[in-house]
Design a protein around this ligand. Structure first.
Ligand SMILES: CC(C)(COP(=O)(O)OP(=O)(O)OC[C@H]1O[C@@H](n2cnc3c(N)ncnc32)[C@H](O)[C@@H]1OP(=O)(O)O)[C@@H](O)C(=O)NCCC(=O)NCCS
Length: 148
């Protein structure tokens, strides 16, 4: 496990794009590099919502990340990941709290996340953060392409 200083939670800009991708990759989280997670798309998203791209930092090093989204009705927690060597220190919980704070400022009062498969760590984290599991909801999508 990494020896850390104080973990700082803050919004980040497009200059951190490669680091963000590296955190996802090292955390084993898949993304859509040719679609909504491409540098071009993320750049547009950050420009539109600079308050919703939240990272956790050990000094200058990004060790955790999340993209929150605001659909005007609900706030969503997306692409949350923490580097393996920094887990179990409360970083994800702090990131989620910061995302909720930004979303609350925008008037959102419902916070949600989609958890793929049987992701016990993620389920445990969201339970610890006060989220309720809905076993009666089925996620459906219609996609123009599998890469977006
Ligand atoms: C899920 C993930 C983000 C958690 O990050 P983390 O920084 O280790 O989580 P935290 O330290 O903030 O944990 C917060 C709480 O979640 C629970 N939790 C987290 N990891 C856990 C684990 N491995 N086992 C049991 N409980 C766990 C605990 O209740 C913990 O609170 P506590 O330490 O006060 O008991 C991290 O494991 C990860 O990056 N996983 C791979 C990517 C992923 O699956 N992302 C989620 C997509 S929906």
């Amino acid at each position: 496990m990494a020896k850390t200083g104080k973990i700082q939670i803050k919004a980040f800009g497009i200059e951190r794009y490669d680091e963000m991708r590296a955190v996802w990759e090292n955390a084993g989280l898949s993304c859509k590099p040719k679609g909504r997670d491409s540098k071009k798309e993320i750049s547009k998203q950050i420009e539109a919502s600079p308050d919703l791209f939240i990272g956790a930092f050990d000094g200058e090093k990004m060790i955790g990340v999340c993209i929150a989204t605001d659909d005007g009705r609900r706030g969503w927690i997306n692409r949350l990941a923490v580097l393996p060597e920094y887990r179990g220190k409360g970083a994800a919980k702090k990131i989620v709290t910061a995302c909720e704070k930004s979303l609350r400022k925008r008037g959102r009062k419902i916070f949600c996340a989609q958890i793929e498969g049987k992701n016990e760590k993620s389920l445990a984290l969201f339970a610890a953060a006060g989220y309720k599991v809905h076993n009666d909801i089925i996620y459906v999508t219609k996609r123009e392409s599998n890469e977006i």
